[in-house]
Design a protein. Structure first.
Length: 231
């Protein structure tokens, strides 16, 4: 009944948003003379959102958005030393180790032998780095790195893998990117929330017979077995 299982990467297999939040806090401290931390974070978020069409998702776009925010909040008076520190913050994020989330390896062990596809989005080089550093690459039959997780992008990826959408299950922490597009294609969507999911990845859960929610990835193998048993 399910020919292939797709898994999101950031904040589904390993920690990601935590590092953005830590960096945002230090960024706000660098600009403390120019606003309250909440106001700085709000402005950075608005600029990130506006820049997605230019830079896409990932740390490099985040770095550029921090620089732009700093320039705007200081009316262009930001000094080179502070700009340099902002770039260092991004470089530190790019070099950060990959920390797997609890239950990931156990779930992948239980799903061994199935067609597993890692489906992520963002900067190609950074995503490839994280996949390699995670030690999980050999667990997947394919890795798909998308610019955006739209129904059309999923359809192209599944066509390339020879998987019919209605026989595909996708699990991840983003209702907007990991679940709803796959449901729209006729597949199965499994929502596994993460405490720090980025605000732009939030969406209202649809009332859909193929939507499931888990509290952790360790529950995924049992859910797949129940779906295939018709439970």
């Amino acid at each position: 009944m399910i020919d292939a299982i797709g898994l999101d990467a950031d904040d589904t297999l390993w920690e990601n948003e935590t590092f953005f939040r830590v960096t945002e806090a230090e960024f706000a401290s660098l600009l403390a003379d120019h606003g309250e931390a909440e106001a700085i974070a709000a402005r950075l978020f608005d600029i990130e959102r506006a820049n997605l069409a230019r830079y896409g998702y990932g740390i490099k776009g985040f770095m550029l958005s921090m620089v732009q925010t700093a320039i705007e909040l200081t009316d262009g008076a930001i000094d080179g030393r502070t700009i340099g520190r902002i770039l260092e913050l991004g470089q530190e994020m790019l070099a950060h180790p990959v920390d797997l989330l609890p239950g990931v390896e156990e779930a992948l062990d239980a799903l061994a032998g199935r067609q597993l596809i890692l489906v992520t989005k963002g900067d190609l080089m950074d995503q490839e780095r994280k996949v390699a550093a995670s030690g999980l690459a050999e667990r997947f039959s394919a890795v798909e790195i998308l610019a955006e997780k739209t129904p059309e992008a999923y359809a192209r990826a599944l066509l390339g893998q020879g998987v019919a959408p209605e026989r595909f299950l996708m699990a991840g922490n983003s209702m907007r990117s990991d679940v709803i597009p796959v449901l729209d294609l006729g597949g199965w969507g499994v929502f596994i929330p993460h405490d720090l999911t980025w605000a732009l990845e939030h969406a209202e859960a649809p009332d859909h017979p193929r939507l499931h929610q888990l509290t952790g990835i360790a529950q995924l193998p049992d859910l797949v077995a129940r779906i295939e048993a018709g439970a």
